[in-house]
Design a protein around this ligand. Structure first.
Ligand SMILES: [Zn+2]
Length: 93
């Protein structure tokens, strides 16, 4: 089976802005209040969330969980890690 290098995966995680993944790719439900993007957590369904452009992670404070772009695709669509990587490859370039 084809394996992605960890370097490539890191690039994929870091170079696709997390807010682009949330709003443009996955078209998740979001609240925008005072300029801050809050997304509907795919795990608990609450909006007690934030995105951090510095780390390129999305966080749910209720679940106490961070999502990178790959995690988010997996959580929203219920797909496998490999599928999420291929989805990002296809849609983000
Ligand atoms: Zn949550």
């Amino acid at each position: 089976m084809f394996q992605y290098s960890s370097q490539y995966l890191r690039k994929l995680r870091n170079e696709i802005p997390i807010d682009t993944v949330i709003t443009n790719l996955l078209k998740m439900e979001v609240h925008k209040t005072t300029g801050r993007l809050r997304f509907r957590c795919p795990t608990c369904g609450n909006y007690h969330t934030a995105v951090n452009p510095q780390t390129n992670l999305a966080r749910c404070f209720d679940c106490k969980k961070n999502f990178n772009p790959i995690d988010l695709v997996m959580a929203v669509s219920g797909c496998s890690f490999m599928d999420a990587v291929q989805y990002l490859e296809k849609n983000a370039s």
